[in-house]
Write a protein that binds this ligand. Structure first.
Ligand code: B12
Ligand code: SF4
Ligand code: SF4
Length: 407
């Protein structure tokens, strides 16, 4: 695919002056979205989402874990007007990413799995924001041609993830699909391997009809396959138990009882999508930027565990991994290495016992303690004497307790 700047987008001096109806403007906008790589574009009214109260209940149960930004902005989720004053309609967009397993062919001891959404060489937020701006500008240019609702000037705002907006709710309202039991938005053609994005506008674009039907039926495959039993019930996810949360959002060490469930997952998790029958025939419509980038999807754990800050920056800047920072990614790599008892990670893990970051030292302690090494007491000895961090001390103490029990 070409860069958006180079696409055949109408430039200002080529814009027709023929008057447009709002319905034609909406169709044109959807067409432009298609040119930019969005596989679905549908419009809904900016209203209070029907499941706002479910969202509040979910927060009250503590299912958001450490994601305090959800709790602190809970009032703002009540209505999209908190995101953009005067909003009247929302263009909801779906951008497909790779529906195929990425590094699975080479997956062996010493390599971690990466969720498909995170395997491209770009951060999807940046990529989508650029396209949302182009769409907004297209709308601005053509709105002046409409014969209806000309009383105010057009304003718009592009959203992907960061604003207090229940994107899946609006996607369902726009008729794009239904919220599956795995809590993701499912579309009958695309399955669920796509990002959602929204363009909020202050004009009354004609709305599409909403999707009322649920196509999950009696299936429970996602609920049964989740390795950490993160679904409290169908449609309700305790995010604090989800591997995606544990490997991307959580800042500390994951609870001990969930570490083995993390298995091979280095970043994110796709299991509740992999088992979903609606993803079996998902078409491969992704943009080039989201093609799995071998430069980091094939990186062995031992190499990740050896990255200093500068090398981490070189490998992961502008990729989705950047969000978790070096400390998060090395923590995850250490946990996967521990779960796999990967022998070629032992040396880099030993070096990490001296790392300046306490989270990385703590993860290295846990990981090495899974390896069943004869001289493990010896390896930990210098650390036991000098270690100031309570986080690392807690891991050492856990190691001693389990060792005593095993002897
Ligand atoms: C916080 C967050 C997370 C958290 C919490 C996930 C969650 N399910 O909420 C964590 C870190 C765990 C996460 C993980 C993932 N995420 Co996320 N995440 C978000 C984010 C930023 C906010 C979501 C939110 O507000 N959750 C709040 C809670 C309350 O939502 P909920 O539990 O699903 O409950 C809602 C519904 O289920 C519904 N509901 C409740 N009860 C009932 C009952 C019935 C009968 C029905 C029908 C509905 C229903 O009402 C609730 C309120 O809307 C959104 C972007 C956005 N702004 O929306 C992306 C988003 C949801 N994530 C996305 C992705 C891709 C993922 C992962 C697949 C990434 C990965 N591979 O690792 C996983 C999937 C895990 C999963 N099964 O959800 C995509 C989903 C695209 C899609 N097709 O749906 C989004 C939309 C990002 C984007 N812009 O594309 N994510
Ligand atoms: S992403 Fe993985 S851990 Fe999270 S709910 Fe789905 S299967 Fe469970
Ligand atoms: S796996 Fe089954 S229950 Fe889960 S979202 Fe897909 S169709 Fe629905």
């Amino acid at each position: 695919m070409t860069d958006p700047g180079k696409r055949d987008f109408p430039s200002a001096n080529r814009i027709s002056t023929v008057p447009l109806k709002l319905s034609e403007l909406a169709e044109g906008l959807k067409r432009q979205a298609g040119f930019l790589g969005f596989a679905e574009a549908r419009i809904t009214a900016a209203v209070e989402p029907g499941r706002y109260s479910d969202f509040l209940t979910w927060l009250d149960h503590g299912y958001a874990g450490e994601m305090s930004y959800l709790e602190s902005r809970k009032d703002a989720y009540r209505h999209p007007a908190s995101v953009m004053a005067g909003v009247r309609t929302i263009l909801v967009l779906a951008l497909p990413y790779s529906p195929k397993p990425t590094n699975q062919s080479s997956l062996a001891i010493g390599v971690g799995r990466i969720a498909r959404y995170a395997c491209g060489s770009v951060d999807y937020h940046d990529w989508i924001h650029d396209r949302l701006k182009l769409l907004g500008h297209w709308l601005e240019q053509h709105y002046s041609r409409t014969t209806e609702s000309q009383s105010e000037s057009l304003t718009f705002r592009g959203i992907v993830d960061t604003a207090p907006l229940l994107e899946r709710e609006f996607a369902q309202l726009s008729g794009m699909g239904w919220i599956g039991k795995n809590t993701l938005l499912l579309n009958r053609t695309l399955g669920s391997y796509f990002f959602l994005a929204c363009l909020l506008t202050n004009i009354d674009l004609p709305c599409d009809s909403s999707h009322v039907q649920d196509h999950c039926g009696s299936c429970r495959a996602c609920i049964e396959a989740c390795p950490t039993q993160a679904f409290v019930e169908p449609h309700v996810l305790d995010a604090s138990q989800c591997i995606s949360y544990l490997t991307i959002e959580q800042r500390g060490m994951p609870p001990i009882e969930l570490r083995s469930g993390i298995g091979d997952w280095l970043y994110g998790c796709d299991i509740c999508q992999e088992v979903c029958p609606w993803n079996r025939r998902a078409p491969s419509l992704m943009e080039e930027a989201f093609q799995p980038s071998a430069s980091f999807t094939e990186l062995p754990l031992r190499e990740i565990l050896s990255l200093d800050q500068e090398h981490f920056r070189v490998h992961f800047r502008r990729t989705p991994f950047w969000r978790a920072k070096r400390r998060g990614v090395l923590r995850n790599a250490a946990i996967v290495a521990g779960n796999q008892r990967s022998p070629d990670c032992i040396e880099p893990l030993k070096s990490l016992l001296q790392d300046e970051d306490e989270l990385i030292r703590a993860a290295a302690v846990w990981s090495l303690s899974q390896m069943e090494l004869q001289n493990i007491e010896e390896i930990f000895e210098p650390l036991s004497l000098n270690e100031q961090s309570s986080l690392v001390q807690a891991e050492l103490q856990y190691f001693r307790q389990t060792r005593t029990r095993a002897l």
